[in-house]
Design a protein around this ligand. Sequence first.
Ligand code: NDP
Length: 319
Amino acid sequence: MKSGPRVLLAGRMMPALEARLRADYELASLVEQADSGAFLAAQGGTFDALVTSAVYGASAERIAQLPNLKMISSFGVGLDRLDLAAARARGIAVGYTPDVLNDCVADLGIALMLDVARRVSEADRFVRRGAWAVPGQASFPLGRKVSRARLGIVGLGRIGQTIAKRATGFEMDIRYHSRRPVADAPWRHEPALVELARWADYLIVITAGGAGTRHLVNTEVLDALGPDGFLINVARGSVVDEAALVKALVERRIAGAGLDVFDSEPNVPPALFELENVVLLPHVASATRETRQAMADRVVDNLAAFFAGRALLSAAPLP
Ligand code: NDP
């Protein structure tokens, strides 16, 4: 039996990541326990570290169940489900995986924009159901142009800036909204989101999630985007008022939407299944072999750095 640090896994992770953690640490997985509450009551005090993800998070309650916890290593960049205040109050270090996923999340944001504008998924469905080959069939409806169109980016952080660079290749006219202008960014800052939406043909949402951005995109913003505007969300479902979005789509008050994230995943509002002008993805923006491997490496490296007494490679900003 290993005598090193004891690590608790909050949920199922990539098998290769679980195997690496098992090789290096004494590992227990919460999902393998028949009664996780009883398990934590009996053994919660034995764990030095928690490996979790942006989806599983670490609530104040979970942190309290682990009275000797010293380190949280999270797979993902989203911090909205990690109770950083509770971690800070206990002096617990928190590692996460920013930057290594910028490329793939940005790529997917661009992919959703192209898909919904050029009706890629809709055209695929058209071909698969045999509609193309039906004699006398009306031609497939026209899409909308992306190159040289106006792109509004909501949140010009690590990923937002990567999206902007991609969009520059499409010669898009780019502006962005965030609470503070980004120093040296070549794109125009728009302090009022509703004005950015009014101006934009495409609005890509890539802010942080959590209480500070909840329902930032509301009815007023959607109506400013208008019947020719498209909404793309690769941030968090909570950033968009989902009921307002569904209503705007059903009533054709916006042109379409590309969504990787939802309010209550994996539940997607069924009304969206009926709409051709909506592309729905199961939260896969970072899901490539290369990026998921890099994220797993960072989870392991943050943990190893902590137990070697070194600075984390990427420490979450504590409040
Ligand atoms: P950053 O922290 O680098 O950027 C966040 C941006 O959001 C900043 O520009 C910030 O600017 C802006 N922002 C924060 N609060 C507000 C607000 N109230 N109003 C307007 N803008 C705000 O994060 P990343 O770019 O690394 O990641 C962004 C988010 O993307 C993550 O938090 C995560 O939730 C999501 N994500 C989703 C993935 C997916 O699978 N779909 C994968 C990876 C990330 P300022 O502070 O000036 O307002």
